[in-house]
Design a protein around this ligand. Structure first.
Ligand SMILES: Nc1ncnc2c1ncn2[C@@H]1O[C@H](COP(=O)(O)OP(=O)(O)O)[C@@H](O)[C@H]1O
Ligand SMILES: [Mg+2]
Length: 262
């Protein structure tokens, strides 16, 4: 019963290191089931690093990462099992160029289920329909616009009906119209499929409208957690500099250039 009540994600006193350096420290975060949480922060602040801890790609140096009440496992087999529960949309789409949109979406179903081909075909059609691309099934990635390709990648990410979706910079390279389409799609899928979503982004203004909880990371820590309205009203200097895009402030211009943490 405890697991039923557990939040989708719980990070407790988490420290993450890369290349011998502390990237994130003292991270505490609860992502309630059903919510959309935006993780915002300047480039190099550690957003993708946080996601790597959720997928089990990066083990915590301290603290814990729990998904639906279960610690993220470290052994390979358990990790593969966990990843079926995670829909991940990475920056580069990762579509295979030699396969049609439909065949790209079918990949996880073929790899992780024993479903017969006609059933997979039906499921693929449903997933493409869910992202508004039923008629693009037979197109190859080179025949898709940037926004359409991102939606095919999204259809593939939801192919196995994962309860938790993770989006890393889902708007990168998209024009404002395609960005709006992707954002409303993310919100709609979250609501209609009963998902929990975490969106990592530096596009504050596009992301906040569909967000229940906003988190800002800067200088290796969480500097803000709250609603979008609370974020807009914040007078924290890190938050203000990030929101207002000010070049001078507590966040170094090149976050990666700051001195090595102790
Ligand atoms: N594989 C890696 N090895 C060493 N350092 C890394 C690695 N990946 C990221 N970093 C460093 O960790 C910091 C955070 O990176 P990242 O999480 O990718 O930031 P963001 O996604 O917010 O742009 C950066 O300083 C980056 O240079
Ligand atoms: Mg990143």
């Amino acid at each position: 019963m405890r697991e039923l009540a557990a939040p989708a994600v719980q990070l407790t006193d988490l420290r993450l290191m890369r290349g011998g350096r502390v990237v994130l420290d003292d991270i505490n975060l609860v992502v309630p089931r059903g919510s959309v949480t935006a993780v915002l922060g300047p480039s190099g602040s550690g957003k993708s690093t946080m996601l790597a801890a959720l997928t089990g790609e990066l083990a915590p140096s301290a603290g814990s990462v729990e998904l639906f009440g279960q610690p993220v496992p470290q052994d390979r087999r358990a990790l593969l099992e966990l990843r079926k529960q995670l829909g991940v949309l990475l920056q580069g789409n990762g579509l295979l160029t030699d396969l049609t949109a439909a065949d790209n979406v079918a990949l996880p179903l073929q790899a992780h289920t024993d479903l017969p081909a006609p059933v997979i075909e039906r499921l693929v059609a449903m997933k493409l329909h869910a992202v508004g691309l039923r008629n693009a099934a037979n197109l190859f990635p080179r025949e898709l616009s940037g926004g359409m390709a991102r939606r095919v990648a999204l259809a593939r990410a939801i192919a196995l009906d994962p309860p938790l979706m993770i989006y890393d910079e889902p708007l990168t390279g998209l024009d404002p119209i395609a960005s709006g389409v992707i954002m409303s799609l993310i919100a709609r899928l979250n609501a209609t499929l009963g998902l929990t979503s975490i969106i990592v982004s530096h596009h504050v203004h596009e992301t906040l409208p569909i967000t229940d909880q906003a988190v800002v990371i800067a200088d290796g820590r969480i500097v803000f957690t709250g609603t979008p309205a609370e974020l807009q009203a914040s007078d924290d200097p890190f938050v203000r500099q990030f929101l207002d895009g000010a070049p001078d402030g507590p966040i170094p211009f090149d976050a990666a250039a700051r001195p090595v943490a102790a």
